[in-house]
Design a protein around this ligand. Structure first.
Ligand code: SF4
Length: 370
């Protein structure tokens, strides 16, 4: 049988400070817990990894970079169990303040070849609002260190902060053009329930302004040589995130660690966010079989996030059915919510801002022809 799993996500939930907008699975760094956590992670991986060759490995969080050198060495020792293909992509998320020569050198030594750096903004006022633990001046210095070791760097940015102006957004983009990373992920600030900013009553910016910022960002990044390949992701040619493409291509992947999600043998699972349950080896919290109908829906819901869209031929090869047989897309095409060109179905650029309201049409949206 063809080996389907080519990607692994590993979650490290510890952070040295907690950001005001964060609803990820995270907790304060605690030396005692880290040791125990890494041992449980090792156990989970050993119990579930079936020895496949892996093409993309991604350590996210939380802040994996906040672990000590010794803890990181143990983590990489655990991860050395994975058999990697020659042309693998191995990403680690790093916080600006955690970037040191020692950590970068260790990452390089163990085969990490891509960094994803959580900058978010270089505006000190907004950094303080977000409760990020770095400052504008640190960003340039730390990225300088990271660039000595890595050329494949993603920078995460955010926009749509309360009272942010277009000029503020352009200042952050100017920083991008100064440091010239090969990949940029940029998301508008979402005020999630249970976060500090939600409790503080912070309100989202006006939707019209948000939309105008979004389209100006696309325009500016494109003018500076970045290919807009996913709703919120941009890259220089050949530097798309292969790991994230696995999600958008609806491929299967392992997810290990507290709160991690995975998709293995047609089951989508989410691990517990309860540290004690995780320590006891009760990893999975949700484990749901994905029927063929739902796989086809997901193929569109995830695939249409890519600006290139979904290949009609690939869909047919995967499911032995035509997209149009399964989904009533004609109305969406007639209303210019979807376009079909050169064998691909995609969301036209002027509708990307409202992509969620288009994608929602595919949830339970098959027309029963299967
Ligand atoms: S560093 Fe990331 S995971 Fe940690 S609190 Fe901030 S946003 Fe959340």
């Amino acid at each position: 049988m063809e080996n389907k799993i080519k990607s692994v996500y590993i979650h490290i939930p510890f952070c040295s400070s907690i950001c005001s907008y964060c609803d990820f699975c995270k907790m304060f760094y605690n030396e005692k817990f880290v040791k125990k956590y890494l041992s449980s992670l090792e156990k989970e991986i050993k119990e579930n990894y079936c020895g496949e060759y892996i093409e993309t490995l991604y350590i996210g969080g939380g802040s994996p970079s906040c672990l000590s050198l010794e803890e990181l060495s143990f983590l990489f020792e655990i991860i050395s169990i994975f058999k990697l293909r020659d042309n693998y992509e191995f990403t680690v998320e790093v916080n600006v303040s955690d970037i040191t020569e020692e950590k970068m050198s260790l990452f390089k030594k163990v085969g990490v070849n891509r960094l994803s750096i959580g900058v978010e903004t270089i505006n000190d006022k907004f950094l303080s609002f977000l409760n990020r633990d770095h400052t504008r001046s640190q960003v340039y210095e730390k990225i300088g260190i990271a660039k000595k070791y890595f050329s494949n760097i993603n920078v995460d940015l955010m926009y749509a902060f309360p009272n942010e102006t277009m000029e503020d957004v352009y200042n952050d983009l100017k920083f991008i053009y100064d440091v010239n990373p090969v990949h940029v992920s940029i998301y508008s600030l979402i005020i999630e329930p249970h976060t500090k900013i939600y409790i503080d009553g912070v309100k989202s910016i006006d939707e019209e302004l948000d939309s105008s910022m979004y389209y100006n960002i696309i325009k500016s990044l494109r003018e500076h040589g970045y290919n807009h390949y996913e709703i919120s992701n941009f890259s220089k040619k050949g530097f798309e995130s292969r790991h994230n493409l696995c999600y958008w291509n609806n491929d299967e992947y392992y997810g290990f660690g507290l709160g991690a999600s995975g998709y293995v043998n047609s089951y989508r699972y989410t691990n517990t966010r309860n540290l004690n349950s995780y320590f006891e080896g009760n990893y999975k919290y949700i484990n749901e079989f994905i029927t063929n109908d739902v796989k086809m829906e997901n193929e569109l819901i995830f695939g249409l996030r890519k600006t290139s869209g979904v290949s009609i031929n690939t869909f047919r090869e995967k499911y032995l059915l035509d997209i149009e047989q399964i989904f009533d897309i004609i109305d969406l095409v007639n209303n210019n919510m979807l376009k079909i060109e050169e064998g691909y179905i995609f969301i036209p650029e002027d509708k990307l801002y409202i992509s969620n309201s288009i994608l929602v049409n595919f949830i339970g949206g098959s027309n029963g022809n299967k």
